[in-house]
Design a protein around this ligand. Structure first.
Ligand SMILES: Cc1cc2nc3c(=O)[nH]c(=O)nc-3n(C[C@H](O)[C@H](O)[C@H](O)COP(=O)(O)OP(=O)(O)OC[C@H]3O[C@@H](n4cnc5c(N)ncnc54)[C@H](O)[C@@H]3O)c2cc1C
Length: 459
């Protein structure tokens, strides 16, 4: 698409192209909205690609039933079809980037601008009017609804929304990690060479631990982590080490992230050097250290509902549910101590309510990434890619319905309508759905009146 004048105009603008923003943009484009997806980095992918996180964290309830699907299933189909409790479900970040690009390119109503940063937002009467952009597409862009998928709530903060950051009490954030990839090791020198299974991965971590411990005992690393965490790549020929730990990184301050990357790089090199003492790793190669520091936590925008650890651990269900999460509370200690891992009990999942995606005080902004409204503890659970994808997909549908139904405020979009569309796309939902007319093509719009005209298709 080519634009002659400074002001671009779209129906929806999504800021941030990680798993949340991409899911949101795809969901909206599939309702034929004119969507702009803006990414500050040179390519789409965000943390899941450029911080190389590797593991497809749990998205199944206690009986093994998926409680996310939808776009997440398109991103990681093998995790749905080749499920086996013994097998470590991982992905290759380059394959994921390629999947993202293919899915985005398939949508004719979707425009993607990379190398483009949202710098500020003009807000009038509780509505974002336009965004100011820097980079390859410098200028202003207007839209009817905006989605904040920047992970750290950057757009919401620019628009003056309230937020919390860090642990209640002292504001400290979860540790950050520079992950790295290692190949060229000799499987036959490991006690259990079948590294694509959990028993072998646990055994490998224990085998490597003495080498890391010696490094610590000699005072040759500042890494506070007590154990080693690594995962196999899907082909079993490389390992992703998620095992460095940098404290005090605040993603709202670029200098803090740069210093964190330096320390993370140092720790990665130290750890790699240490594990090369193991006979299986004597010829190993450090393929790369992930280009972006992996930052687990940033702003949590204050929304119409603040999801809490109690909600997660009590497997709470909400009438305005639009997504679900089965992953444990997983707090990488802000002080460098042991990671707190607490499973979701009972059925093994909780609901994420639509209200947690709606910032207080703005009528045309939705949260579409890990910056939704929740506490530090709850955030440690829903921040994983499966839930963030489901959140982004729901936000993209909700924003589209606001446009299609000509709602002045995103609060007026009915969760039963959002769930109806999500369900049509194969996403997991619970609760009543109401069928609504939807556009069949970019040219054809449904009638504006969308009061409940059909009962739940579950009757
Ligand atoms: C070290 C580490 C390990 C992890 N391990 C796992 C794991 O094994 N499995 C799992 O499922 N999850 C894991 N996670 C969590 C998960 O990867 C992230 O929480 C999730 O990917 C975040 O997705 P997102 O879309 O919210 O944000 P991101 O993927 O971070 O995307 C946000 C995007 O917004 C862009 N952006 C920011 N500001 C602007 C702006 N002003 N203008 C334009 N663009 C902007 C950024 O450049 C970025 O690309 C891990 C996280 C870390 C850090």
């Amino acid at each position: 698409m080519h634009y002659e004048k400074e002001d671009w105009n779209f129906e929806l603008v999504v800021a941030g192209a990680g798993v949340g923003g991409i899911s949101a943009a795809l969901a909206a484009a599939r309702l034929f909205r004119r969507v702009l997806l803006i990414e500050a980095g040179p390519e789409v992918g965000g943390t899941g690609v450029f911080s190389s996180v590797s593991l497809i964290c749990n998205f199944r309830d206690s009986r093994g039933r998926p409680i996310t699907s939808g776009i997440h299933r398109e991103l990681f189909p093998a995790a749905y079809t080749h499920y086996n409790e013994q097998r470590v479900p991982t992905y290759d970040e380059l394959a994921l980037k390629s999947t993202y690009q293919q899915l985005l390119e398939a949508e004719p109503t979707l425009t993607v601008w990379t190398g483009c940063t949202v710098e500020s937002a003009d807000v009038e009467n509780g509505r974002i009017q336009r965004l100011h952009l820097q980079g390859q597409q410098a200028g202003t862009v207007a839209a009817e609804v905006f989605l904040d998928a920047t992970a750290d709530g950057n757009l919401s903060a620019m628009a003056g929304m309230q937020y919390e950051i860090g642990r209640e009490g002292d504001g400290k954030l979860q540790s950050a990690t520079a992950t790295f990839r290692v190949s060229g090791f000799d499987l036959l020198k490991l006690e259990n060479p079948d590294i694509q299974t959990w028993p072998a991965i646990h055994s490998l971590r224990l085998e490597l631990l003495p080498y890391y411990q010696a490094l610590k005992d000699e005072g040759k690393t500042a890494n506070p982590r007590q154990s080693i965490t690594c995962f196999p790549y899907p082909d079993g020929k490389a390992l992703l080490f998620n095992s460095t730990s940098v404290l005090g990184v605040d993603p709202t301050r670029p200098d803090s992230v740069s210093r964190g990357m330096e320390e993370g790089t140092r720790q990665a090199n130290e750890l790699f050097g240490a594990i090369c003492g193991h006979p299986a790793f004597r010829q190993a190669r450090l393929d790369y250290i992930a280009p972006r520091l992996g930052v687990r936590e940033g702003r949590r925008i204050t929304g119409e509902y603040i999801l809490t650890a109690e909600d997660c651990l009590n497997t709470r269900h909400f009438g305005d549910m639009i997504a679900a999460c089965a992953y444990s509370l997983d707090i990488h200690s802000p002080d460098g101590g042991a990671t707190r891992l607490e499973s979701i009990p009972g059925d093994g999942y909780y609901h994420i309510p639509y209200r947690s995606l709606i910032p207080v005080g703005c009528s045309n902004l939705l949260l579409a990434s890990r910056c939704i409204s929740g506490t530090h503890e709850a955030h440690s659970s829903y921040r994983i890619m499966a839930s963030v994808s489901a959140i982004g997909e729901a936000a993209g549908v909700a924003a589209s319905l606001a446009v299609i139904q000509r709602k002045k405020d995103v609060r007026e979009v009915r969760p039963a309508h959002i769930r109806y569309v999500l369900q049509l796309r194969g996403q997991f939902t619970e609760g009543e759905v109401e069928r609504i007319p939807l556009p069949a093509s970019p040219q054809q719009e449904p009638p504006v009146s969308v009061e409940p005209n059909f009962k739940s298709n579950h009757d």
